[in-house]
Design a protein around this ligand. Structure first.
Ligand code: HEC
Ligand code: HEC
Length: 226
């Protein structure tokens, strides 16, 4: 039990930091979110479909996750991160560098908003379970650690910059968590929100605990909450 206290303190610290931090430099965090143009976005999406599927359902064989279940604010944020070289710039991370190359073909935050607005019009999808774990153990870890930022039912919390996890491909969650843990994602000096998650990525005792948490998150897949 006592081991939990420093962890809770560090979560509290990060919540506080995110409430107080004000960025001065232009980063993906202060790109203006504007209403995207769906028709222009549809044109832009043609290139995305090759990896993310015609309906944004994702193609696991290409390491490209489903996009349609994620919230628009987070899709835009991540697209801007890739575009500005804040994410996906580690040569060891092949999927990330592939996505970064594509994102850099978008001319600016306007095109990001357009393509995200089009993705929003596509129907949600049910992601397949590919990871098994102990859901009960996972529930405990989730509520002890992750829920403070990612929300009670893993639906995300934009005010804490924490994305929805429920409905996101389980293999993608595992891969991203490990990128944070291995110091590959969340390391760019302009990636303050990525750094917050990076700091949390040592909070689970081992790989099995991560599988347990992800199995629990997968069990929460409730697309009606989208
Ligand atoms: C060459 C294949 C490829 C193409 C084309 C592609 N993507 Fe991706 N995309 C990926 C891969 C692989 C990832 C996972 C990156 C990682 O693991 O870090 C990804 C990740 C993403 C993410 C991050 C999702 C998240 O929840 O973190 C977004 C958003 C995204 N892509 C949007 C797009 C859009 C919009 C387009 C078209 C403009 C596009 N992608 C085109 C392969 C592709
Ligand atoms: C202190 C708040 C905080 C806590 C606690 C936290 N996260 Fe996060 N997490 C974040 C933020 C912020 C991001 C977004 C990072 C970014 O913008 O790139 C994130 C992103 C993620 C992502 C990447 C999702 C994607 O689609 O790109 C995964 C996976 C994740 N968190 C899993 C977890 C798990 C599992 C736990 C519990 C063991 C956890 N997080 C605890 C704040 C937190």
């Amino acid at each position: 039990m006592y081991k939990i206290i420093p962890l809770l303190l560090s979560i509290f610290y990060f919540l506080l930091m995110s409430a107080c931090s004000e960025s001065v430099k232009e980063t993906s965090e202060d790109q203006p979110l504007k209403e995207g143009n769906i028709a222009l976005g549809k044109e832009l999406y043609i290139v995305c479909a090759g990896c993310h599927g015609a309906n944004g359902e994702g193609i696991k064989a290409l390491n490209a996750p489903a996009l349609v279940n994620q919230e628009t604010w987070y899709l835009e944020k991540q697209l801007n991160n890739f575009r500005l070289g804040i994410r996906g710039n580690d040569p060891e991370n092949i999927p990330g560098t592939q996505m970064a190359t594509i994102a850099k073909t978008l001319t600016g935050a306007d095109q990001v908003s357009d393509v995200a607005a089009y993705i929003k019009t596509l129907p949600p999808t049910t992601t397949e379970q590919t990871i098994s774990g102990d859901i009960e153990k996972g529930r405990n870890y989730y509520h002890m650690i992750c829920g403070a930022c990612h929300g009670k039912n893993a639906v995300g919390n934009p005010s804490l910059n924490s994305p929805r996890l429920a409905g996101i491909d389980d293999w993608y969650l595992e891969a991203q968590f490990n990128l944070f843990k291995n110091g590959i994602r969340g390391m760019h000096p302009d990636d303050t929100h990525g750094a917050q998650m990076q700091a949390m990525s040592n909070s689970l005792p081992d790989d099995q605990a991560l599988k347990d948490v992800i199995a629990y998150i997968q069990s929460l897949q409730n697309l009606e909450q989208r």
